[in-house]
Design a protein around this ligand. Sequence first.
Ligand code: 5AD
Ligand code: SF4
Length: 583
Amino acid sequence: MHPLQCVLQAQRWGPLASVSWLLFRTCRAQSSVHGTTCPGPGRQQENGVQKDFSSRLAAGPTFQHFLRSALDPQEKPDVEDPPPYLTVDELSGRQRKVYLETYGCQMNVNDTEIAWSVLQKSGYLRTRNLQEADVILLVTCSIREKAEQTIWNRLHQLKALKTKRLRSRVPLRIGILGCMAERLKEEILNREKMVDILAGPDAYRDLPRLLAVAESGQQAANVLLSLDETYADVMPVQTSPSATSAFVSIMRGCDNMCSYCIVPFTRGRERSRPVASILEEVRKLSEQGLKEVTLLGQNVNSFRDSSEVQFNNAVSANLSRGFSTNYKPKQGGLRFAHLLDHVSRVDPEMRIRFTSPHPKDFPDEVLQLIHERDNICKQIHLPAQSGSSRVLEAMRRGYSREAYVELVHHIRESIPGVSLSSDFIAGFCGETEEDHLQTVSLLREVQYNMGFLFAYSMRQKTRAYHRLKDDVPEEVKLRRLEELITVFREEATKANMASVGCTQLVLVEGHSKRSATDLCGRNDGNLKVIFPNVEMEDVSNSGVRVRAQPGDYVLVKITSTSSQTLKGHVLCRTTLKDSSAYC
Ligand code: 5AD
Ligand code: SF4
């Protein structure tokens, strides 16, 4: 961020005297480079701490230091120096208990682990019991109105808990993290006085300091978006030690600016994590025995690691045929195919998935790699959003229905048996009945295996909010959504029927929730597969009979299906490289 922006931001929030707008970390770095100072919290300056701050700054790191650590995020220290107005002791968690609650997408699940990793290093403990928490943090989502309403409702419930606590020992602190903190900023602090801290998606490193300030009874916020924060050096803590799979965040933010979407405003500009740090995390997960890694990002396949200078970096934009971007084409950097190639070589027994991609970034190298590598799942999420070219244009998606359908055919030719899923929005601005029927026909034509369907929800700040009219009545949106869901289910049931009689490789997750005598796992296409928990042959130890454990690969013969689940009987325990799923 430019230092001027930093000052402006501080001024914009000026009237909120009780809020400590903690811009310290970013400002300190910018100040030393540009010779500009940022207003810190006034109270501290009155106490003469500013003098101490200036002398620390004078003796602080050099310009070269910042250049180095910008190039190599690994160099960022694990524990930041305390700001001048806090002591090391105040900054530490002192074993206070944190309760984290996650809403929204997989990125938020991963962000929760990053936030927890930061707090754990700072001396906080984690609790799964709300009643014993000293700090409650909600990792929030803003994508649709309903997601935000859920958080407001939760805050009302937590209010009662906090009020009760006022009379007891340690006061309860409540924080809003993630997209809603970023989107609503002071509205949350004003509306819900009991919220103590706000941390936007790029401010999780700042949590110990925000919480330390909150201890003094002030509200504290950091909602600065960053151009380079990828948390590359923050190893997320795997919250469930028995899990077979993990999520690895590889990029953050979005530059696409689809006209309906709030994400570019809440999560900021696209930036990718250095390949080396991703590989290091995947290696560690493999050593821990995890069997599946899902690479995560808002536009996961737009990955472009430009952190290292390369000689041969004039590679073209490499978009899918018939697709365009809303932004100036970018050049150079290590692209998604390179990353996928290296990640899939780490451990041939580890399945690799990725989500959520944009259809524009599927060059042939990526498709070929998915086809060739046994451990890259043959499953592609291809968010279409609408089947009408007219609506797609209003959404600024950068493709027509025809280009999308051509891509689907190309993917199916390149990766036989690939499983496809998609996102759709019903009732976008100006959507006519004819447009809606085009979406219905796309669902029929592609016959997705999985689908995520939503009614359009107008979001302030977006292009649609400023330029288009949210003119499809609510009941029409809901009726169209219902129709899309029905058609999707019919088609998915048909698509899944094709696997009856096939033998599929399943990664076992554990017991089925519905029946204690069944196990459940996921096939290559990420569909749930249920099968009886019986003894079976182990192909690696002939003659030995075993029962499947979480993390094992088994071959299952599929006997029946619905739109969301497959059922079958287990044949044997195997390995990923020895298995051959067949029909
Ligand atoms: N209204 C409804 N759905 C939305 N999505 C994104 N923004 C909105 C909105 N304003 C959906 C898109 C996206 C998915 C993550 O959420 O389908 O792919
Ligand atoms: Fe939102 Fe479009 Fe970016 Fe996806 S690609 S996060 S829908 S703006």
